[in-house]
Design a protein around this ligand. Structure first.
Ligand SMILES: Nc1nc2c(c(=O)[nH]1)N[C@H]1C(S)=C(S)[C@@H](COP(=O)(O)O)O[C@H]1N2
Ligand SMILES: [Mo]
Length: 169
């Protein structure tokens, strides 16, 4: 869980002051409120979540699809990856983040879920393992390369645990 005064304040105000920043290599950078995200077309799916540690679980998700957001923001031809930044730190300290290919962002089941487990927002990218599905998202940045993000391996667990940046299932 995020352990910060910033997050406590967001919870206290019912996420009315939450803003999702999406910028980097996009034609139209935006800051979206929780209400604006919920007013977008809703996608629902029941899917199995797979953790790299071996457990899995089925859940029903309500969300805005990443494809819808991509149509709005229009990543430039140079954007090859989407970097996601969490409001929470990872288990070894330092901010949790993760990187996905643009192809994953265009997948029909990839979504920013706002219904399940009381997160402000979490990613569902159904063809990847659980550690790639970042929770409590603060921002998304479209980039050409992920070498400059974190320690450069393509995500928090990639940096700390030497997991692969792509773990398709
Ligand atoms: N911000 C953040 N997102 C995260 C993690 C984390 O530690 N921090 N863990 C990941 C891992 S490894 C898994 S398996 C799932 C677990 O989701 P759950 O808490 O709903 O079971 O969240 C993923 N997203
Ligand atoms: Mo996991």
């Amino acid at each position: 869980m995020p352990a910060s005064a910033e997050f406590d304040q967001l919870v206290k105000d019912g996420f009315t002051h939450y803003r999702l920043r999406i910028d980097g290599l996009v034609e139209k950078p935006v800051e979206l409120t929780y209400a604006e995200l919920k007013a977008m077309p809703k996608q629902e799916q029941i899917t199995t979540h797979f953790c790299i540690q071996g457990w899995s679980g089925v859940a029903e998700w309500g969300a805005v699809s990443m494809r819808h957001l991509l149509d709005l923001l229009k990543p430039t031809a140079d954007a090859r990856y989407a970097g996601f930044y969490s409001l929470a730190d990872g288990g070894d300290g330092g901010r949790y983040y993760d990187v996905h290919s643009i192809a994953n962002m265009r997948h029909e089941l990839t979504m920013l879920a706002y219904e399940m487990n009381g997160a402000p927002l979490r990613l569902r990218c159904e063809n990847e393992l659980g550690f790639k599905m970042i929770k409590w998202i603060a921002a998304i940045e479209f980039v050409h390369d992920f070498a400059d993000l974190g320690a450069g391996e393509g995500g928090y667990n990639e940096d700390h645990e030497f997991y692969g940046y792509r773990v398709p299932i």
